[in-house]
Design a binder for this molecule. Sequence first.
Ligand SMILES: [Zn+2]
Length: 410
Amino acid sequence: MTTTDFGSAALSTPRSVLIDGIGMLVTNDPELGEGLLGAIDDAALAVEDGRVAWVGPRSRVPSTDARIDAAGRCVIPGFVDSHSHIVFAGDRSQEFGARMSGRPYTAGGIRATVAATRAAADTELLGTATRLLRECNAQGTTTLEIKSGYGLSVAEEERALRVAARLTDETTFLGAHIVPPEYADDPGGYVDLVTGPMLEACAPHARWIDVFCERGAFDEEASRRVLTAGQRHGLLARVHGNQLEAGPGVRLAVSVGAASVDHCTHLSPEDVAALAESVRDGEGTVATLLPGVDFSTRQPYPDARALLDAGAVVALASDCNPGSCFTSSIAFCIALAVREMRMTPEEALWAATAGGARALRRTDVGHLAPGARADITLLNAPNHVYLAYRAGVPQTAAVWKNGALVAGRP
Ligand SMILES: [Zn+2]
C-alpha cells in the first residue's frame, strides 16, 4: 500500500482508499459506535468510488489500494449547512458596526443588498458565491443550501438561482424575502408576482420554496400562499420564522409539512410541542437554529434545550449572508450552541451534520455509514469536542466531497 491523498482521480478511477489511524471516528450511526454520534475509537474508514465502503476498528481493516494516516486525529462527517444566502453583492459592515453601537436590527437592511445585487454583473455574483463556497469547504462544510432573495424581480430571482445552481443542488427560491421598494404600496401585488410569473421562472432552477414569515416581511396568509404555490410547482417547503418575535412561522411550517423552520429564536410552548409532534408523525419539520444570527444581531439565543428535551429534531446552520450574519463557520455555530444554548458537544455536532441532512431531507449525507457519500472532514484534533473547546481556531486539516479532496491536505 502507498500513502496518498485521494484527489479528483478518486471520482474517475474505481479504487479504494483507507483512512487509517483515526483517533475518533464520528459516524452518526448509533448501530456502528457509541452514543448519539456512533463514535468509534481507534478506527479506520474505507472509501470506494466516492462512497463510504467500510468503517470499523483498526484491528479489522479491509485491504485497499491506498492508505492515508490520520495519525490519531478525529474524522467527522462533512457539515451540512442547510441555510445560506451567498448570492449577493455589496457590503454591510457599516450596518453591523452601527448595530453593535446600539442601533436595533430590522429586516429593512435587506434592501441595501437588493440594490447592490441588482446592480452587479453575473460574473461578480458567481465570483463572490464561489469564493464563499470555497471558504465553507475549507471549514468542513460539504453540503451547502443556497437561497435567492436579493433580486426580488422575475429576472433577478431567476438569475440568482441560475448562479446558485452552478454551485449546489440545494437551491431555494426566496422571492418572498421582503417586499421590494417598488411594491411598497402594493404588497399583495408582490405576492401575486411571487406566486405567479416569478415562481414559473424560478421553479425549474430550485428544489425548495421559502418565505420570510415575520412582521415587516410576510404575514401568515401571504406566507401560506407562497408555500402552497411552490408546492404545486413541485418545490419542497422551508420557512424563515420566529426570528424577531413569537409569530405564526412555526405553526405555518408544520401545517404545510415544511422540511424545516429556520431561526426559532422566539418560540411558544405550543410551537415546541408542534415541532416535536411533527417528527413523531414521520419526516416532520426540523427546527433549524442559526445562532450566528443571534450573535451578530445581539438577539437572545433560541431555547435549544426545550426543543431537544421535547423530542424535536434540531439542526444548526450558518445563515451566511451579508446583513444579519456574515459567518460561514459551522464550527463557530457549534461553539455558540454549546456555550450559549446548552447543547452538548455531541448534540451540536449531530445537529450540524445529521440534523442539517434531515432539514434538507437527505439520507446520503450527514453521516458516515457504509453507502453514504464520502463527504469527510479530518480535524486537527483528537476528538470532536475541540470544535467548541478551541472556539475560533481553525481545526480543519482536510475535507473530501464525494471522495475528492476539496480543501486542505491530510
Ligand atoms: Zn436566512
